[in-house]
Design a binder for this molecule. Structure first.
Ligand code: ASP
Length: 356
């Protein structure tokens, strides 16, 4: 149910979706453990919400969730809430735990086709009831960004994460610190805005819908995806057990440097056999920054020859959710491979933009 927090005529209206996470947690006095709390607790600790010059309505997950519990079902629920309320609001702010926020942001970017309004995820490292919380600034600035317009058009019609000072394209982000307030980075794409005294937007970096079509929400995701992170000395048994999982459709292969992997015959044979069985293997780098270039070294070239496709400069979070999305739409391995070579919504740095 959507509840009004404040209402001011003629002002931007924002739907605040509270899913859970540290921002709304409280310490259990008996165990000292942080536990999710309801939105009333968050509102009580945030009188500033009423002072914002916007119409802010809220929707809360019941019960609120630690983001470790999030997955396709919660992503679908968020997409449904946004789709059902799309015409009513100028923008959407999602309060979310930081742990899997980048996965949710990546998934939403694929699931909300033709998005032309801001969807800004934020949260905090310290609960809102704690004096030094980072939650208040994060939330207030996220709402400002979701409401920001120029000539009647939203400034950032994308799924983004706002955290500490930076507004980042959601499907380019990863959580990089369990401690720091500055917990997210987008290594392969510049920030869309930076918040200091003023919020400075870099509008040239913002993705704008190619054509104005109605929002097309997607609800189909396939979970038969695995991540295979290489490390020196990995045993054939481990690799084989992952590649032979019954029903497996896609593998995000986390390789070294610019997309390199061992050239042992057993390893390449296992990959070739997996590809022959219709499994799509996507090569992304374990490095934080930079791109896979499979033509650069012999080791990468051998992967290419084995039928592995490049993930370019994708994050793991984006590659996993993109595979879930593409297979969820019933695509054949060849179609999935073709789409992995294209940017659907600015998630990788390649020239083409097109959608399934
Ligand atoms: N465990 C919390 C969560 O992801 C951490 C946070 O919100 O920062 O829900």
């Amino acid at each position: 149910m959507v509840v009004n927090v404040n209402g001011q005529e003629g002002k931007a209206s924002i739907l605040l979706i509270y899913t859970g996470g540290t921002i709304g947690m409280m310490e259990n006095p008996e165990t000292g453990v942080l536990e999710s709390f309801n939105f009333q607790h968050l509102k009580d600790n945030m009188p500033e919400l009423k002072k914002l010059g916007y119409h802010v309505a809220t929707y809360q997950f019941d019960p609120p969730m630690d983001s470790s519990q999030m997955g396709p079902d919660s992503w679908m629920k968020i997409v449904r809430i946004i789709a059902d309320n799309y015409a009513l609001y100028d923008g959407f702010v999602i309060l979310h735990g930081t742990d899997t926020m980048s996965f949710t942001a990546s998934a939403l970017s694929f699931m909300l086709e033709n998005l032309d309004k801001p969807v800004i995820l934020t949260g905090s490292q310290l609960p809102i009831g704690i004096l030094r919380t980072d939650g208040k600034e994060n939330l207030i600035t996220a709402i400002e960004i979701a409401a920001a317009k120029e000539n009647g058009q939203p400034l950032v019609p994308e799924v983004c994460i706002f955290f500490e000072n930076n507004l980042l394209r959601g499907n380019r982000t990863r959580k990089i610190s369990a401690d720091n307030f500055n917990a997210f980075r987008s290594y392969n794409y510049p920030p869309l805005a930076q918040a200091g005294i003023h919020i400075k937007y870099d509008l040239a970096q913002v993705y704008h819908p190619v054509s104005r079509r109605p929002l097309k929400p997607h609800y189909l995701l396939d979970r038969n995806i695995a991540i295979l992170k290489l490390f020196p000395g990995m045993s054939p048994q481990v690799i084989e057990s992952i590649l032979t999982i019954p029903g497996l459709k896609g593998v995000v292969l986390e390789t070294y440097g610019s997309g390199n992997a061992p050239t042992d015959e057993w390893f390449l044979t296992m990959l070739k056999e997996a590809v022959a069985r219709g499994i799509v293997v996507v090569n992304i780098t374990q490095c934080c920054a930079g791109s896979v270039e499979m033509h650069r070294y012999e080791t990468g070239q051998k992967l290419l020859d084995a039928g592995v496709v490049s993930g370019y400069d994708s994050t793991t979070e984006s590659a996993v959710t993109k595979l879930m999305f593409l297979f969820g739409h019933g695509m054949t391995p060849e179609e999935v491979k073709a789409h992995m070579n294209c940017s659907l919504i600015g998630e990788i740095t390649v020239a083409d933009h097109f959608r399934p």
